[in-house]
Design a protein around this ligand. Structure first.
Ligand SMILES: [Zn+2]
Length: 261
């Protein structure tokens, strides 16, 4: 998951906000897409797929589906949820079309069935007391919530790079676990759409392949534990393969990972 904490302080975002405030277009949240893409370096902040138009998933119909950049309403805009946040720019989050339209939809659970305040909510400031169970990489720090697991996928036997909760229990554990399960970023898998699910396993396998050389060199250690030559060789793998735009990278280099392969 990619840390988006810098988003609201970026000049591109501030410029987009001016255009947004002057627009009456029904879907004017799309104005923010480029500024979110700048911070995520062209990846979906949730599943870390590249949003370059190259991710094409086969479908059951004759038309394949290209994963595209979309702006999600973090708190759903549906009339039964948070309709007053439809045009609150602090409620927008970049996602690929699979994360947004297939996995998340109008899902927005709260911790311990906490009180939802949709009846009176007119801005994100009013809902500070809610405890959402979906991680928002703009406001949460993904590194504090997740660690990395290199695993063998049970159904396909493919090697995959997955997220797992960093905490053992409590709200932050539940928040990480719900996010992982719902977006299928780790087992157990959500099987409501097998076609999407198969594609997600392939994506996690692609992430594994991107990091397998680093995993091999680290061999259960963190970067600081290696001799200088091995550290240099890891930096060259990162630079040669453009891995520095991955959210996973920090966790892996700091030793916040487990290898079950
Ligand atoms: Zn995604």
């Amino acid at each position: 998951m990619i840390n988006m904490n810098q988003l609201h302080s970026k000049q591109n975002y501030k410029n987009a906000l001016i255009s947004f405030n002057n627009s009456t277009h029904e879907k004017r949240w799309k104005i923010f897409k480029d500024s979110h893409m700048e911070v995520s370096k062209g990846r979906c902040p949730i599943c870390e797929c590249l949003l370059d138009g190259q991710n094409i998933r086969p479908t059951n119909s004759s038309q394949p589906h290209t994963l595209i950049a979309t702006i999600d309403h973090y708190r759903p805009q549906s009339t039964s949820m948070y309709p007053k946040l439809k045009y609150d720019h602090l409620n927008y989050l970049l996602m690929c079309s699979d994360c947004n339209n297939v996995y998340k939809e109008n899902f927005f659970p709260l911790y311990s069935n906490g009180n939802r305040r949709e009846q009176n909510v007119s801005s994100t400031a009013c809902i500070k007391q809610e405890k959402p169970l979906i991680v928002n990489p703009i406001y949460d720090i993904p590194f504090n919530l997740f660690k990395i697991q290199f695993k063998i996928d049970e159904n396909t036997s493919k090697k995959v790079l997955e997220l797992s909760p960093k905490h053992q229990n409590g709200y932050l554990y539940e928040k990480a676990k719900t996010t992982i399960t719902f977006f299928s970023l780790g087992s157990p898998k959500n099987t409501k759409n097998p076609n999407v699910e198969n594609f997600r396993v392939l994506l996690l396998n692609k992430h594994y392949n991107a990091f397998k050389n680093i995993l091999f060199k680290l061999n259960g250690r963190k970067l600081d534990d290696l001799v200088l030559n091995d550290q240099k060789s890891i930096y060259s793998i990162i630079m040669e393969n453009n891995l520095n735009n991955f959210g996973f990278l920090k966790s892996i280099l700091l030793g916040e990972y487990e290898d079950f392969t």
